[in-house]
Ligand binder design. Structure first.
Ligand code: AMP
Length: 399
């Protein structure tokens, strides 16, 4: 079955077409600047040159229409008719407490997602726009929603509840949800396979270190804790996000700077993290270079980042009463050799020993730990699109 995987942001849209049970990835691309002057589509058929289309795309429907045209294009396309698409899988950021697994998208599901928009105002509305645009353009093709929050729905109550008046959980569903679930699940499953063990028999700590970053504790095939919280601002230090901070800081800065709490949250989302500390960049390639050149605040930003990851590794070993594997994935986790080394430095007391030579690698599924490391350190490139396509096929084939 050919599956179109769609991941809609507010002004961008990423897509892939995968032939499941066949040749795998057929084409992928991205539309940027949707609704902003200068919008364009970059499309790539596997094994072919990239095609760039600069055309005004006023909204997500325009964008999807151009994606479908590219997929049908005589030279660069991978479909002769849209009927060849067996289903569309949509990445949806927030499924609230309602969805612990992927679902066939119906009118009722769209309504629940609209209700969840309150919990993810930046993410769910563009996801819904993408779903509606695809439904309009492909009215008979089944659509599946795959949620970033779903894998974390097994986190027990003592790990997801905040120690605030219980009524806020009951009235407003204020709790930890966690994100990047599709990625955590994929790399944890791969880790079990790499160790030749069943997924439900291993304890894995997964570190998804990309632009956004989160860790998860996966015990016997289910997630028992994760670092992102009510929103994706919590937990690890990120490119531009602060991660966990004392909430009193928000009001203190607002008063000192004469700005609103909303404006402070915006600063914590967009101007903080390693960018905020270093003043250099949110990109770890720039930071690594600045650190090599002796820029002190770049060195400091990297040290703060690594220390925060370490504290989660330690706490997850405690929560799971041990671990079999520590997994690095996403842009930084897959490519930043120095950062992986910094995170794993002086963790031998916990049974974590990285092999510097084995660690000298990027973007390949491999073992990074020393032979005598009690906990295996693994590099697993993430593949959220494949997970979305797999869930989509499973649901559509069962119809
Ligand atoms: P992602 O969100 O998973 O696409 O990760 C994007 C981030 O990965 C970028 O902002 C960079 O900070 C980081 N990254 C990508 N390539 C490299 C590299 N070769 N070395 C260090 N960091 C990298």
């Amino acid at each position: 079955m050919k599956v179109l995987v769609v991941n809609c942001g507010s002004s961008s849209l990423k897509y892939q077409v995968l032939e499941m049970g066949g040749s795998g990835l057929l084409a992928k691309g991205i539309v940027e600047r949707i609704g902003i002057p200068g919008s364009f589509l970059k499309h790539e058929k596997v094994g072919d040159d990239k095609m760039v289309l600069e055309v005004e795309m006023k909204n997500h429907k325009d964008a999807i229409a151009h994606v479908l045209e590219a997929l049908l294009n005589e030279d660069h396309g991978v479909l002769t008719s849209l009927d060849e698409l067996g289903a569309v899988g949509h990445r949806v950021v927030h499924g609230g407490e309602k969805y612990a697994s992927s679902v066939l998208i119906t009118e009722d599901v769209v309504q629940v997602l609209e209700e969840c928009s309150d919990l993810a105002p930046l993410h769910n509305p563009p996801n819904i726009l993408g779903i509606k645009a695809c439904q309009e353009l492909m009215p008979t093709t089944p659509m599946v929603g795959v949620f970033d929050t779903a894998f974390h729905q097994t986190v027990p109550k003592e790990a997801y509840l905040y120690a605030i008046p219980y009524e806020y959980y009951e009235k407003y569903q204020v709790r930890k949800y966690g994100f990047h679930g599709t990625s955590h699940k994929y790399v944890a499953e791969r880790a079990a396979a790499m160790m030749g063990k069943a997924f439900n028999e291993v304890k894995v700590i997964t570190c998804h270190l990309g632009n956004g970053a989160s860790c998860a504790a996966v015990k016997n095939g289910v997630c028992i804790d994760t670092s992102m919280g009510f929103t994706p601002l919590d937990g690890l230090v990120m490119g531009t996000r602060s991660g966990a901070i004392d909430p009193a800081v928000i009001i203190y800065i607002a008063e000192k700077e004469g700005i609103t709490a909303d404006q402070v949250i915006n600063i914590l989302n967009k101007k903080s993290g390693v960018l905020g500390i270093s003043g250099v960049s949110s990109d770890f390639r720039d930071l690594g270079q600045a650190a090599e050149e002796g820029v002190e605040r770049a060195v400091l930003a990297l040290a703060v980042y690594a220390l925060r990851v370490k504290t989660y590794i330690g706490s997850y070993i405690a929560e799971m009463n041990g671990a079999d594997a520590l997994v690095f994935t996403a842009g930084v986790g897959e490519n930043d050799i120095a950062m992986r080394e910094l995170i794993c430095k002086d963790l031998d007391a916990l049974g974590i020993k990285i092999d510097k030579e084995k660690n000298n690698i990027r973007g390949e599924e491999t073992i990074l730990s020393a032979d005598d490391s009690k906990i295996k350190i693994l590099l697993v490139p993430t593949n959220e699109e494949l997970m979305i396509a797999r869930d989509t096929v499973e649901i559509v084939e069962a119809l």
